[in-house]
Write a protein that binds this ligand. Structure first.
Ligand SMILES: Nc1nc2c(c(=O)[nH]1)N[C@H]1C(S)=C(S)[C@@H](COP(=O)(O)O)O[C@H]1N2
Ligand SMILES: [Mo]
Length: 201
């Protein structure tokens, strides 16, 4: 008898190995937002890199899209307990943003900021080395507004609340400063494999 995985394409054991503790597979793509979806026109869109309060580089939509493009396929894990395998994204690696800005990370921590006022903290080590991007496309199409379009952060190895939708900037901070959910009881780091859902986990 042939054993089939949930997807019908992979052995069940291989799929199981990719699902962190307490998570379940989903085939669709749930939308989770703390508030209404901000509508950002591409003319008004910009992305600013800051060191503390000081802006060091700003890209318009046109300039941003002229940066090197990278495609990745990654598994994602939401703290509300769904995981989705093999999600395909395209965008600009944080590495390529830093190269274009001509800076080395000046501090070990960042806050990602969004057009809806949302913020989330991510250590620099989790953003560089090809581990994170500012994504503009999902599954070959421009990112829809509900999923964070025009652009969102993608840090797939951390719980998905770290992947800030409607991102408009990245700020280097001296300390690991809690963002929106981290101030409301969620874990400061959020590693799904260590099940770091809430502070104290
Ligand atoms: N700006 C912003 N980014 C956000 C959120 C938000 O409310 N505002 N929600 C977070 C949470 S809790 C999750 S699980 C994911 C959901 O992304 P999705 O709606 O594309 O599934 O976005 C994260 N990024
Ligand atoms: Mo979430």
């Amino acid at each position: 008898m042939v054993t089939r995985g949930f997807t019908g394409r992979r052995p069940a054991s291989e799929v199981a190995d990719r699902i962190p503790p307490g998570q379940s597979l989903t085939a669709d793509f749930p939308v989770l937002s703390a508030g209404p979806t901000p509508r950002v026109s591409l003319e008004d869109w910009s992305f600013t890199l800051k060191v503390g309060p000081r802006p060091v580089k700003r890209w318009t939509w046109e300039a941003f899209n002229a940066l090197p493009q990278t495609s990745v396929t990654r598994d994602i894990h939401c703290v509300t307990k769904w995981s989705k395998l093999d999600t395909p994204w395209q965008g600009v690696l944080v590495d390529d943003l830093l190269t274009d800005a001509g800076i080395e990370p000046p501090t070990p921590f960042t806050l990602a900021h969004s057009f809806d006022g949302y913020a989330t903290n991510v250590p620099v080590a989790d953003l560089v080395g090809g581990r994170a991007m500012v994504a503009t496309h999902y599954d070959g199409r421009p990112l829809t507004p509900d999923h964070g379009g025009p652009a969102r952060l993608l840090v797939p190895h951390l719980y998905f609340w770290k992947s800030a939708k409607w991102i408009n900037g990245l700020q280097f901070t001296e300390r690991d400063e809690p963002g929106f959910w981290e101030l409301r009881g969620y874990h400061i780091y959020g590693d799904p494999w260590r099940e770091q859902r809430f502070s104290g986990d």
